[in-house]
Design a protein around this ligand. Sequence first.
Ligand code: KG4
Ligand code: ZN
Length: 337
Amino acid sequence: MRVLGIETSCDETGIAVFDSNQGLLAHALHSQIALHAEYGGVVPELASRDHVRKCLPLISQVLSEAGIDKSAITGVAYTAGPGLIGALLVGASIGRSLAWAWGVPAVPIHHMEGHLLAPMLEPDKPAFPFVALLVSGGHSMLVDVQGVGQYQVLGDSIDDAAGEAFDKTAKLLGLGYPGGPAVAKLAAQGNPERFHFPRPMTNRPGLDFSFSGLKTFAMNTLHNHENDNQTRADIACAFEDAVVETLAIKCKRALQQTGQRRLVVAGGVGANEKLRQRLKQLAKHLQAEVFYPRLEFCTDNGAMIAMAGCLRLQAGQHQPTSIDAFARWSLEELSPL
Ligand code: KG4
Ligand code: ZN
């Protein structure tokens, strides 16, 4: 099976070809960061229009980099949700139309399933079952993963997702979009001893997340101190430490609660170096293993969608020729393979 994957759920056009025997053949990404930067966040209509412009040229580029003709594609996978509905519809329409024209099946993929399977693109793949920590701009989740499509959500964000909190705190500190990498860079110059931020929802049982209070804590701290470079760096540092420590506490709890020994970390915040170091240390302490996709596959990409699509199409799953996209979509509604 040779699958073309299309990711257009937010502000990145990701295209890839994944082969069931040879693995990833080629992938390309067009990021819209520059397009949205002046607005301080993603403008949905601009995102949709840019996906329209970039999708087909990127598909041609990826096919040529893979050294194959379109006739070598035996299936198409596209992100059908959750995400920005206009952006999703671009990938869904193009994916469905190409599949119809080429006479091959197409399968809609859940964006978070793509993220949680992304470490399987690496040579050192996690075996099932595992616990997945999914931390992106739209979600903070802990998921019990028994197999492809067998997902039980253990904990979810009740307000801002981890990435969203990074983005909002970055804005407050006068940093650009996306905020995660900018906050992390500034935090490296901060003094970790100066401020201590709370670890939200860790002093009660459960695995849900709430990060909106941290952003408010950052705002109040900034108002109460001299707004200079060092203060901003110290706030970035305390904020990052609080997010990392909160995620580590919940991961520990999830591993202990499920009795599992494998932790998969995916989604944009999974690119955070402090988080990676902290979870590595935690895994060692718990005699567990931790798996990450390579940095470029932590954030949105087409490779994870092509691979998830390949697994589903190989298992005979595809859908009739309807164009479907869902702005909201629970992981627990997916069917097992
Ligand atoms: O998975 P992703 O690319 O898109 C969504 O599906 O949301 O995640 C994007 C999020 C953004 O909020 C961004 O600020 C955050 O991931 N992010 C980071 C880092 N790199 C990206 N957060 C913290 N540290 C990073 N190094
Ligand atoms: Zn994502």
